[in-house]
Design a protein around this ligand. Structure first.
Ligand SMILES: Cc1cc2nc3c(=O)[nH]c(=O)nc-3n(C[C@H](O)[C@H](O)[C@H](O)COP(=O)(O)O)c2cc1C
Length: 273
């Protein structure tokens, strides 16, 4: 199954809010896809503040997977996104394999979803109490469960972390388990100054994510790979595409400038014109 993105720039999970915030700066339908923040079965209130810290090399964040839960998401957020003609990829995360399967089953019945992105790499997974997928075969079990419970033809993206030592093995495992594409990578495990588990995103992650992309492209020739991590300019995006990515996701850069994804798309079109 191909991803069939009509544009090579997507919004990364958790960085476009509910979509309403971003839509003020450009039509979501123009982008290759909008990935939602990771949705869990039950609502999560998120961690205590401060949740976000700017550093010279990127953003440190401890959002703790805050989201309204599946019911509220289906009732209030998804219909609006679908109305915008956005290609909506719902990011999901679960505490057990059973939760992943339930998320897949219920989202698979919701109209208008372009695909599911399985978050296999939250930087604070153990603190957040989600299923531990550090081992490639655990990641594969999650993807297999999601794949099994989705209607045939719904693309599954598996989001891996930029762990250079394991990423190629993880990519092969999730592709064998039925993933249609691999997203490389997520925020890196970091800590807030008070020691709380957090993620590091932004420019510092870009060279690491690029190295992981190169490893995955070599290990899984022909696979659809989406690059994510520190991408903020057309040059960054071009480097990813030249090294085997089919598309890029823009995250932290949107928090600095919400027009980034649209601007990048326009600049890339100019370069290739
Ligand atoms: C504030 C914030 C919230 C995020 N929430 C999620 C999330 O819910 N699910 C997920 O898979 N990734 C989440 N991410 C990670 C991003 O999607 C992206 O993978 C990561 O930040 C690296 O890309 P970037 O450097 O372009 O931001 C979040 C990142 C940030 C900065």
């Amino acid at each position: 199954m191909s991803l069939d993105l009509h544009a090579p720039v997507m919004v990364a999970a958790g960085c476009g809010g509910t979509g309403r915030e971003l839509a003020a700066y450009g039509a979501l339908a123009d982008l290759g896809g909008f990935v939602t923040r990771s949705i869990t079965i039950a609502a999560r209130p998120g961690g205590p503040g401060p949740r976000v810290l700017e550093t010279p090399s990127g953003l440190v964040h401890a959002v703790d997977l805050q989201n309204p839960g599946l019911d509220q998401f289906l009732a209030l957020e998804l219909p609006w996104l679908v109305q915008q003609d956005a290609r909506v990829f719902v990011s999901i995360v679960g505490r057990t394999l059973g939760e992943y399967a339930e998320l897949a089953r219920r989202l698979g019945r919701a109209p208008g979803i372009a695909g599911i992105e399985v978050n296999l790499s939250p930087p604070d997974a153990s603190a957040a109490g989600v299923f531990d997928v550090r081992e490639p075969f655990h990641a594969a079990s999650v993807v297999a469960a999601v794949h099994r419970d989705l209607p045939r033809g719904t693309p599954v993206l598996a989001k891996l972390r930029s762990d250079v030592l394991r990423v190629a093995e993880s990519a092969r495992s999730v592709l064998d388990a039925g993933a249609d594409a691999v997203v490389v990578g997520n925020a890196l495990p970091a800590a807030m100054p008070d020691g709380r588990p957090a993620g590091l995103s932004g420019p510092a992650t870009r060279p690491l994510a690029l190295r992981c992309l190169v490893e995955v492209a070599a290990a899984a020739p022909g696979a659809t790979v989406v690059a994510c991590g520190g991408i903020g300019s057309a040059e960054d995006a071009r480097a990813a595409l030249d090294n085997g990515a089919s598309a890029v996701q823009v995250g932290t850069a949107l928090l600095h400038d919400p027009t980034t994804a649209h601007r990048l798309l326009a600049e890339m079109e100019e370069i290739t014109a």
